[in-house]
Design a protein around this ligand. Structure first.
Ligand code: SAM
Ligand code: SF4
Length: 342
C-alpha cells in the first residue's frame, strides 16, 4: 500500500493508493453497468443461449455510486463505464450524472447504437472522449458480426460526437478471415478525421470459441499496413495499452492493443467491477471479490479491494501463456467478455 499526504488549506488529507504485490498502482476502474446488449457480436457473446442477469442481481445506481466513491477515496481518478452495452441500461443517465460529480476523468465504451440519445448527458457530464466499437466499414459484414443491422446508426453517431467536439476512439477487434482485409481502410479514415483507431487482437473468453489461428498479431497488422503507408510511432503516455502510430500528415492515429502477442501487464493500472458487483483484478482473472454482497451486508469494502489487488498475478491473470501459440483456451476459468466488461 502506498501512502501520500497533501496539504489542502489547513487540512491534511491522506491518500491511500491501491497497489499490488508488484508495486503497481491502480488508479483506473472499469465499471460494467450491465451484461445485457442490443447487439450480438459473435466473438463477445457465448455461443449457447445466453440469459442476461436479472436486475435484482445487478448493482443499483446508488450502489455503483457508493462503490465508486470508495475507489476514488483510494486513489482511483479514472472510471470507464462499459458492459454489455452500458447505454441500454434504463438508468444510464442517472449513473453518468452521479459519477460525473466525482473528481475523476469519466469515460465510456459503447457499441454506439444509442449514443444519439445521450449527447446532452455526455456533454453535461464533461465526458471528453468515448470509445466506440466498429469492427467493419462494410454494412453487410457489420450485420454478420453483430447479427443486427445497425451500421449506419453507429457511423452517424461517431460523426455526431466528432461534430460536438468529443474525441472518438474506434475499437476494431481484428480477426483473420473476418475483417483483416480492412486494416488499411480504417487507416485511410484517419486521413481526414481526427479519430484514434485501435485494432484489438482477438482474445479468448468463456464461450467465444477462440483459436490462436484467428488472431492477427501486432506484427502482422503493421506488416500489412506498411505495404500501403509509411507511419511513425506516437509517444506513449504512462499506462497506455495501445501502441499508437500516425501516417505523416493524417489527422488521426491508429494503434494496436496487442494483449495476445505482446502484453503490457507490467504497467497495468486497471481493475474491473462487473455489473453484478464482483471485482476482478485482471481481465483474465479466475477469482473475483464480491463487493456488492459485502456492501449490501454493510461491510467495509475497502480492505476487500486492497486484498483483491494484492492477489493480482503479474501477467494475464496468471492463466494465459504469454506466447499465444501456447494458450489453451479450454483451460481458462473466466467469464464471457459480455459479463466482464471490456
Ligand atoms: N458494448 C460495448 C462495446 O461494444 O464497445 C462495451 C462492451 S464490449 C465487451 C468492450 C470492448 O471489448 C469492445 O470494443 C469489444 O469489441 C471488445 N471485445 C469483446 N470481445 C472481445 C474479444 N474476444 N477480444 C477482443 N476484444 C473484445
Ligand atoms: Fe454487445 Fe459490445 Fe459485446 Fe458487441 S462487443 S455483443 S456490442 S457488449
Amino acid at each position: 500500500m502506498l501512502l501520500s499526504s497533501t496539504a489542502c488549506g489547513d487540512v491534511q488529507i491522506t491518500h491511500f493508493m491501491i497497489t499490488d504485490s508488484f508495486n503497481r498502482t491502480h488508479n483506473y476502474l472499469r465499471i460494467s453497468l450491465t451484461d445485457s446488449c442490443n447487439l450480438r457480436c459473435f466473438y463477445c457473446m457465448p455461443e449457447e443461449d445466453y440469459e442476461f442477469t436479472p436486475t435484482s442481481r445487478l448493482m443499483k445506481a446508488s450502489e455503483i455510486e457508493s462503490l465508486a466513491k470508495v475507489f476514488v477515496a483510494a486513489g482511483v481518478d479514472k472510471i470507464r463505464l462499459t458492459g454489455g452495452e452500458p447505454l441500454v441500461r434504463r438508468d444510464a443517465v442517472d449513473i453518468i450524472n452521479r459519477l460525473s460529480q466525482l473528481q475523476i476523468e469519466l469515460s465510456l465504451t459503447t457499441n454506439g447504437t444509442r449514443l444519439h440519445h445521450f449527447v446532452d448527458t455526455l456533454l453535461a457530464a464533461n465526458i471528453r472522449s468515448v470509445n466506440v466499437s466498429l469492427d467493419t466499414l462494410d454494412r453487410q459484414k457489420f450485420k454478420r458480426i453483430t447479427r443486427r443491422d445497425q451500421f449506419d446508426v453507429v457511423y452517424d453517431n461517431i460523426q455526431e460526437l466528432l461534430r460536438i467536439g468529443i474525441r472518438v476512439k474506434v475499437n476494431v477487434v481484428v480477426m483473420k478471415g473476418v475483417n483483416d482485409d480492412e486494416l488499411t481502410d480504417f487507416v485511410a479514415w484517419t486521413k481526414f478525421q481526427s479519430i484514434d483507431v485501435r485494432f484489438i487482437e482477438f482474445m479468448p473468453f468463456t464461450g467465444n470459441r477462440w483459436t490462436n489461428n484467428q488472431v492477427m498479431t501486432l506484427h502482422e497488422m503493421l506488416q500489412v499496413i506498411s505495404n500501403e503507408y509509411d507511419f511513425s510511432a506516437v509517444t506513449a503516455s504512462p499506462n497506455e495499452t495501445v501502441k499508437r502510430f500516425q501516417v505523416p500528415g493524417f489527422a488521426g492515429t491508429f494503434g494496436v492493443i496487442s494483449t495476445m502477442s505482446s502484453h503490457f501487464c507490467g504497467s497495468c493500472n486497471r481493475m474491473r467491477l462487473t455489473a453484478d458487483g464482483k471485482l476482478k483484478n485482471c481481465l483474465f482473472s479466475e477469482y473475483e471479490t464480491d463487493l456488492l454482497s459485502a456492501l449490501r451486508d454493510g461491510q467495509d469494502v475497502e480492505p476487500l479491494i486492497r486484498q483483491c489487488a494484492m492477489d493480482k498475478h503479474f501477467q494475464l491473470g496468471g492463466q494465459l501463456a504469454p506466447d499465444l501459440n501456447d494458450v489453451q483456451a479450454d483451460q481458462i476459468h473466466n467469464r464471457s467478455m459480455i459479463t466482464i466488461g471490456g
